[in-house]
Every structure is written in C-alpha cells, then in structure tokens.
Write a protein that binds this ligand. Structure first.
Ligand code: HEM
Length: 233
C-alpha cells in the first residue's frame, strides 16, 4: 500500500468511529435500509437498488473529490496558505479528534472557501417552499418553483469581492464558515483528509492553473478543464 493511502486508511475511519459519528457505532448500510424498508417488492429489484447505490456513490465520490481537488490545488500552490494551515494543524495533539479539527478557524476557512468555489452543481436548482417568499416588491406565492444557481450566488462580486480568488481570509471574521453544515459526512471527510495529508506531504502541482478549476461546462455537476499531475516532493 502506498504511504499516502496507508496514512488515510489509518487516520480517518478510526477517528470517525471514535467520534461515534454515525451514532453509537451504528453503521448505516444503504442496501440493507432499502431492502428492509416498507417499499413494495417491485421497488426492491436489483436494478432499482443498483441505481440508488450508483446515485449515492456518484454524488458522494465525484463531488467530494471535486471540492477537495480545488482545496488541494490552492493549498499546494500558495505557500502562505500551506504554511498557515500547517502552523494551525501543529497546535492540535497527534491523536486529534474530528471535534478538535472543527474548532480550527483557518482550516475551517480553507474548507469553506473550497466549498464556495466547488458547490457541486452547476445547473439551476429548483425548489418550492410551503410559505410565501418576498423579494423586493414581489410576493412569490407558496408552491411556486424558484430556481437558483449556487455557483452564481457563490461568485457574486457584491458578496465576494474578487470572487474567483481562493481567499480563506474572507471567512475568518464570519460566523457562517462551516456552521451547521459541518455536522455532515462531507465535512468530516474533508477535515480528516486535509489534516491527514497536509502536515505529512509536500506536493508539486504540474500542468494546471487556478482558472482550470473554474466552470467550463454545465454537466449538472461543475465541468472544468482541470487535469494535472501531483508530484510528491
Ligand atoms: C463537497 C461535497 C458535496 C457537495 C458540495 C454536495 C452538494 C450537493 C448538491 C448541491 C446536490 C443537489 C441538491 C439539489 O438537487 O437541490 C446534491 C445532491 C446529492 N448528494 Fe451531495 N454533495 C456533496 C457530497 C455528497 C456525499 C458525500 C453524499 C453521500 C454520502 C452525497 C449524496 C447526494 C445525493 C444522494 C444527492 C441527490 C442526487 C439526486 O437527486 O439524484 N453528496 N449534493
């Protein structure tokens, strides 16, 4: 097993179970949940279960990887970010817990900035609410589909000056960095992976620039032209 994989395998699952992340060490198994659910038998076919599993694994793997890719690119191409993160990570004990990582302001700001620039979906996401919405002089009646594109909101210059710049500092004074969303599996993965990798590895990133990680095509997920080599120094 290569050393980077070994480090991740050794560091991450143990910290998750030690936290009781899934609640008193109860493991959640999608297949079992579906098979033992009260869905009618026609909904429990092999094909149906396969589709569910591929949706969840696709959504989980691809999207988390995209956000981590943006984050890793900026950590390893910006010495100041790399150093500040390492200095902060050096303040936690060797046997740190997920909870301790969640308290680190700079790590949280770095992850939040990555999530801002890589919010998974490029397409307009429609939703409805069961309450009336008010926008300027308009009342949008309950039940009306409303569409928003997260990436456009996340790169709105009036909210985020110089919006394509990866700048964790913009979150340091903010109470919303990470916030409640941090209690999700995704955040746990990102905290643990970055804390496991950054203090132990120095990479050189070859063949990519920051703009390669920006939206190039709407594939429902965010299509970019990024492709690069990670060289371990
Ligand atoms: C950085 C990580 C992630 C981000 C930013 C993210 C974000 C999103 C967004 C914006 C949507 C679309 C919601 C909508 O249609 O309104 C979505 C859908 C979904 N996500 Fe995630 N997600 C991430 C990781 C994960 C993980 C780790 C899992 C599972 C363990 C997961 C499972 C799903 C599923 C099942 C869907 C619904 C797909 C569908 O409706 O076909 N996601 N995600």
């Amino acid at each position: 097993m290569s050393s980077i994989v070994k480090i991740l395998v050794l560091s991450c699952p143990s910290r998750l179970t030690a936290q009781g992340f899934f609640g008193a060490r109860r493991s959640i198994n999608l297949n079992r949940t579906l098979v033992h659910s009260d869905l009618p038998p026609s909904e429990k076919t092999f094909d149906r279960i396969r589709q569910e599993v591929s949706t969840v694994t696709g959504a989980a793997f691809e999207i988390t990887a995209s956000a981590l890719r943006v984050i890793m690119y900026h950590i390893y191409t910006n010495d100041k970010i790399f150093q500040r993160l390492n200095e902060e990570l050096a303040t936690v004990a060797m046997d740190y817990s997920l909870k301790q990582l969640e308290q680190l302001p700079y790590l949280t700001a770095v992850l939040t900035e990555g999530m801002r620039l890589s919010p998974a979906v490029a397409s307009r996401a429609a939703c409805t609410t069961n309450k009336d919405l008010f926008y300027k002089d308009w009342r949008i009646p309950a039940g009306t589909p409303v569409g928003m594109t997260t990436l456009l909101m996340n790169t709105d210059e009036s909210l985020y000056p110089d919006p394509t710049r990866f700048d964790p500092d913009r979150w340091l004074a903010s109470k919303t960095a990470g916030s409640e969303a941090r209690k999700s599996l995704v955040w746990a993965e990102m905290y643990l992976l970055i804390a496991a990798i950054v203090p132990k590895f120095r990479f050189n990133i070859e063949g990519a620039k920051a703009s390669d990680f920006e939206l190039e095509s709407d594939n429902f997920s965010i299509g970019t032209k990024a492709g690069c080599n990670l060289v371990v120094l």
